[in-house]
Design a binder for this molecule. Sequence first.
Ligand SMILES: Cc1cc2nc3c(=O)[nH]c(=O)nc-3n(C[C@H](O)[C@H](O)[C@H](O)COP(=O)(O)OP(=O)(O)OC[C@H]3O[C@@H](n4cnc5c(N)ncnc54)[C@H](O)[C@@H]3O)c2cc1C
Length: 355
Amino acid sequence: MYPITIVGGGIAGLALAASLNPERFQVTVHEQRRELPSVETSLAMWPEAQQALDVVGILPAIRAAGSGFEGMALRDVSGRVWLRTRIDGVIGVSRADLLRLLDAAVPESVSRVHATVTSVPGAAGSLAGQGLLVGADGVHSVVRRECWGPRSKARLSPYLALRGIIGETLPPDSGGEYWGRGELFGIAPASRNRTYWYASFRSDMGPGSIDTAAALDLTRARFSGKASGIGRVLASATPSETLAQRIWTTPVLGTYARGGAVLVGDAAHAMTPNLGRGACEALLDSVTLAGLLNSQPVTEALRAYNKRRLLRSQALRAASSAMARLVLAEAAQPVRDGILGLARRLSRTGAGPSV
Ligand SMILES: Cc1cc2nc3c(=O)[nH]c(=O)nc-3n(C[C@H](O)[C@H](O)[C@H](O)COP(=O)(O)OP(=O)(O)OC[C@H]3O[C@@H](n4cnc5c(N)ncnc54)[C@H](O)[C@@H]3O)c2cc1C
């Protein structure tokens, strides 16, 4: 039995632990969290991530627990629609449901350690013994810090992100993403007749623990007098059902495998949330790595994993940052809005982009 030590039992770590062949590997997962996150949020699962969930064996349960996305309206902050897009095959799923189902898919043979890993002495050395050390420990990864060095430290973006769920449905004509000057607000249907919302704008709150009530007040003040759907969501949102955090990203990495260590998920490529791809890519990393490890010698599997996952996930990381700059544009906002207004007029005449 070859030992594999996974630091982090979030989406990436659990998906990996659930997909590794238990007859070949002795797997241990170190996770600091003892319970599921107390605040519910929603994640968009794109078709490729659904294929990964199918490999893990939980796609039918995810489909049953999730809600469909039919389309999305892109609006200015007064609520006026610029464009409507069709989004086929995407499922919105609660993060808690996803973590619960991934957790239940992990075989009994996997050992669980509920503790914070503070260092990995000798890089991949003593924690993993002679085996493989997997950093699935998110954007502030200890494994990345110890094995890739201080230059791999996470970068703080200037943006604050809030997200939460309210226990009511909103009229369909208030759904979509609202782009203002340096500010974003999103409203989407969530499972069990609820509504998922998110907001982002520049702020110097944090970056450590953030007072959610103060962040919510700041958001209410910022979006006051804007679209009625936003006002309705913020009137119902409560601090206990809201998560507020600064957005961090990882720097460009030239490899995801170094010595006896390998990175998956946000530890490898934490990105701004503007493309809704981070968790999807985490699932793809883990299922790809497990498939390769299950079928090839470890060294070859790591080489193949790097080849399959590095460029694509780094490209998405860069694309997400570019999207953040567009969505949260300040000086360039009038130009952006002018182009979107033109696209709306062209689409009315039938000459515009078909999105
Ligand atoms: C506002 C926002 C909205 C988003 N929306 C979407 C979306 O719609 N779709 C999408 O695909 N993605 C989305 N994402 C991204 C997604 O949340 C992440 O990409 C995903 O959670 C990454 O999973 P992970 O398992 O790699 O890392 P994490 O979820 O960060 O999990 C890491 C785990 O490791 C544990 N851990 C960390 N350090 C240690 C340690 N030292 N010792 C022990 N345990 C440790 C943590 O407790 C945690 O459980 C969003 C992100 C944000 C911030």
